[in-house]
Design a protein around this ligand. Structure first.
Ligand code: GDP
Length: 364
């Protein structure tokens, strides 16, 4: 499964956040004997639509999609030089498919900041600089080899060209995802190098309770932080509050959440935004056995979606019977949705949309 690596400076609230995330680890809950890496958290993707479908179809159970987070300890200034924790840190982050930076925005004199003051902009700069320097080192190490291989006609000249463009961008201090957006290079050519800054980024700002909610001061505080990372996605949460919420039963959690001024836990937002940042989406199936969300890459076709359930479904794909969740719920039943003409027959070129409720027809 694709994973999101959680990184950040020491004392920003990573462990607090990670522990809250894993408080309802679905792997731990459903597969008590599975080997679970202590630094991996598999969390359900919140999807209120599943409970609604389960009521409509009288399903025995609900199976949400999941999002995997990896707690990557140890980024400090100098990590890119590969000393001490640095090497392990870089190896771990290389394996992640997206990077979630946790940034401290809360003020608390009892919690030391590594650099002595709370300064989100400076912290983002510190982390990005380490990642850019690590990539620069990787590219500089690879260039002589690539040059030799291109001379010997053993490598694609386009790869060498992309590596040179990457070196230039990184030397300018630019993460490669930015350079890609600016059209300076083609990421596909760099895949073999295992670079860090080509990965999608999202940001979690660990804020004071006063920065949550809808009052003007809170909105302004969040807007200021969002500006630091735009166009990347930002999530605002209070890690301590999240860990309290994770430990409460549903009623008490709802009450505490309402007091905080939030309409849903920050962790739910994090799971949703993280899932989308990985380039994933879901489609839904519903029946008496289960109502379920299935994970597919954004842009997947109907046969590819069928293949996630079973490879035979993809091989023998005939068509997909598709109704949008909203139409189905409006109609109140599959039969009524059909008689309203809301259920479509889609062929092998159909690109799946979010909220599609699907039944596949296939040859065995
Ligand atoms: P890590 O080093 O990034 O993993 O940070 P920790 O999660 O261990 O948190 C460091 C310290 O900050 C701990 O004492 C936490 O209780 C505290 N802390 C974490 N999140 C918050 C928060 O949102 N507000 C406040 N005031 N303290 C927090």
């Amino acid at each position: 499964a694709l994973t999101i690596g959680i990184v950040g400076l020491p004392n920003v609230g990573k462990s607090t956040l990670f522990n809250a995330l894993t408080a309802n680890d679905v792997l731990a809950a459903n597969y008590p004997f599975a080997t679970i890496e202590p630094n991996v958290g598999v969390v359900p993707l919140p999807d209120p639509r599943l409970a609604v479908l389960a009521r409509l179809f009288d399903s025995e159970r609900v199976v949400p999609a999941t999002v995997s987070f990896v707690d990557i300890a140890g980024i400090v200034k100098g990590a890119s030089e590969g000393q001490g924790l640095g090497n392990k840190f870089l190896a771990n982050i290389r394996e992640a498919d997206a990077i979630c930076q946790v940034i401290r925005a809360f003020v608390d004199d009892d919690v030391t900041h590594v650099d002595g003051r709370v300064d989100p902009a400076a912290d983002i700069e510190t982390i990005n600089t380490e990642l850019v320097l690590a990539d620069l080192q990787t590219v500089e190490n690879a260039l002589p080899r690539l040059e030799k291989e291109v001379r010997g006609k053993k490598a694609d000249p386009a790869v060498l060209e992309a590596a040179r463009a990457a070196e230039a961008a990184l030397s300018d201090g630019l993460p490669l995802s930015t350079a890609v957006k600016a059209g300076r290079l083609e990421p596909a050519h760099l895949r073999e190098l295992g670079l860090l800054t080509t990965k999608p980024f999202l940001y979690v700002f660990n804020v004071d309770p006063a920065s949550l909610g809808d009052d003007p001061a809170a909105l302004a505080a969040r807007e200021r932080l969002q500006q630091l990372v735009a166009p990347a996605e930002a999530i605002f949460l209070d890690a301590q509050l999240e860990s309290e919420l994770a430990g409460l039963d549903a009623d008490d959690a709802a009450e505490l959440l309402a007091e905080s001024g939030q309409s849903e836990p920050g962790l739910h937002q994090l799971a949703r935004v993280g899932f989308a940042t990985l380039g994933l989406q879901t489609y839904l199936t519903a029946g008496p056995k289960e109502s379920r969300a299935w994970t597919i890459p954004q842009g997947a076709t109907a046969p590819e979606a069928a293949g996630v359930i079973h490879t035979d479904f993809q091989r023998g794909f005939i068509k997909a019977e598709v109704v949008s969740y909203d139409d189905l719920v409006d109609a109140g039943s599959m039969t009524e949705a059909k008689s309203r003409g809301r259920v479509r027959m889609e062929g092998k070129d159909y690109v799946m949309a979010d909220g599609d409720v699907v039944e596949f027809r296939f040859n065995v």
